[in-house]
Design a protein around this ligand. Structure first.
Ligand code: UGA
Length: 434
């Protein structure tokens, strides 16, 4: 059993804290946000993530998982301190490091013995060294030793518990072999591949992995756009490409582009890091531009099928940036819906989970519906923005009956073309024949 403190109870901190406690460690999750901690102490979960509530409740009851706002005390009580605070995108596109630096300062002030400081937040290369300097400058006893490790997170929202408990690999970067060994031991119960490297390379792996996945998505979206023009089918193209084991079939689903809290932020951040380092990462900048343009395709398709949108009822199905989450950060809905409203459309929207988030993020004027059926009733067109199971499985015959015109514009390629032909629904998707 190891004593671990996790600073930051956001997505990454809470999921990793819960998973570390599940494999038998004593974990203190701390945050300066008293409301969040209060909620967690009472058994509430501040984010939507399937399975997280049960995992937190189980380990809190066993006494393995504790919550506090007393960050200093929590640091003093543990040997391994994880920094899992947010690194949001700043106005310049760079990662905002203010929370990481304040966590490092706090760790320095409360360094009451040897500790391993592990960075889990996605941070620019060189941050580990900066953390070391800040801790060094703030520690009370000049003789107290510590090591810094980078152990980036690779979990996905919506499948975070499974991704954490069955991770593909754990990347552990440090200049101290002993610290790397301790963090490797901590991961032993996950029965995963351990990849050890230096601090800077571990930090770079996280950005390289996320931006590579984003590149795959923008690449297949560009191929989809060409497919539409030359009469090919991107689903088949992606499948045929993916059969080559060097390419692989994952992350080749064409659509209206990536969103969420990671890919947009990390692609911008790496473009900045490379500019600063004197390298013009043209490829990555093009990935970002392709992604920005991709979501606008929905608006083009609406214009070419409906003409003017004024007074037309548009049923938007799915608001979250992807299924199984209530997260709307950089969701295509945030670009598309305001434009629909501006053009005078009547927007009826349905999302199984993200409606409350959407109400905060979207302008007034959207009619939020309790059910998919309610949203599509009387609609001139259905626009699919998120491939929720509810959307994939909707009763197409009923949909046709409820709509004013049977027309679907599908930004996520949820339906086989044959099903639409059978139902006699006019169907436009991404990179496939209409
Ligand atoms: C992503 C990475 O997949 C995780 O490994 C990483 O840990 C995480 O970022 C992070 O840095 O914290 P996440 O943003 O939760 O995870 O979601 P993904 O499932 O990767 O999807 C990201 C976006 O790409 C979504 O908008 C999704 O719709 C889109 N996508 C994904 C596609 O358009 N096509 C695909 O084939 C796959």
């Amino acid at each position: 059993m190891k004593k671990i403190t996790v600073i930051g109870t956001g997505y990454v901190g809470l999921v990793s804290g819960a998973c570390f406690s599940e494999i038998g460690n004593r974990v203190i999750c701390c945050d300066v946000d008293a409301r969040k901690i209060d909620m967690l102490k009472k058994g509430g979960i501040p984010i939507y993530e399937p399975g997280l509530d049960a995992l937190v409740a189980k380990n809190a009851e066993r006494g393995n998982l504790l919550f506090t706002t007393e960050v200093g005390e929590a640091i003093e009580a543990s040997d391994i301190i994880y920094i899992a605070v947010g690194t949001p995108m700043s106005e310049t596109g760079e990662a905002d490091m203010r929370y990481v630096m304040s966590a490092a300062k706090k760790i320095g002030e409360h360094l009451n013995g040897y500790k391993i400081i592990v960075n889990k937040s996605t941070v620019p290369v060189g941050t580990g060294e900066l953390v070391r300097e800040v801790v060094q400058a703030n520690k009370r006893n000049p003789w107290t030793q510590f090591d810094v490790v980078s152990n980036p997170e690779f979990l996905r929202e919506g499948s975070a518990i499974n991704d954490c408990m069955n991770m593909d690999r754990a990347v552990i970067g440090s200049d101290s072999e002993a610290a790397r060994e301790t963090i490797a031991e901590l991961h032993a119960p996950f029965r995963t591949r351990i990849f050890k490297t230096d601090l800077e390379s571990a930090e770079m792996i996280k950005y390289a992995a996320n931006t590579f996945l984003a590149t795959k998505i923008s690449f297949i979206n560009a191929i989809a756009n060409i497919c539409e023009r030359v009469g090919a089918n991107v689903t088949d193209v992606a499948e045929g490409m993916g059969l080559d084991s060097r390419i692989g079939s994952k992350f080749l689903q064409a659509g209206i582009g990536y969103g969420g809290s990671c890919f947009p932020k990390d692609t911008y951040a790496l473009a900045h890091i490379s500019d600063k380092a004197g390298y013009d990462f043209e490829l990555l900048k093009s990935v970002i531009r392709t992604n920005q343009r991709q979501r606008l395709i929905i608006l083009d398709k609406l214009r070419s099928t409906l003409g003017s949108l004024a007074g037309k009822q548009i049923a938007v199905l799915g608001l979250a940036f992807k299924p199984d989450t209530d997260d709307m950060r950089y969701a295509p809905a945030l670009t598309i819906i305001p434009e629909l409203l501006k053009q005078g459309a009547i927007v009826t929207a349905f999302d199984p989970i993200a409606t409350e988030t959407a109400k905060r993020e979207l302008p007034e004027g959207v009619h939020y519906c309790e059910s998919l059926e309610q949203a599509v009733t009387g609609a001139d067109v259905c626009v699919v923005l998120t491939e929720w199971q509810d959307v994939r499985q909707m009763d197409l015959a009923l949909l046709k009956k409820r709509m004013r015109h049977p027309l679907i514009i599908d930004g996520r390629n949820c339906f086989p073309l044959s099903a639409m032909q059978e139902q006699g629904i006019q169907y436009h998707s991404i990179g496939r024949r209409s």
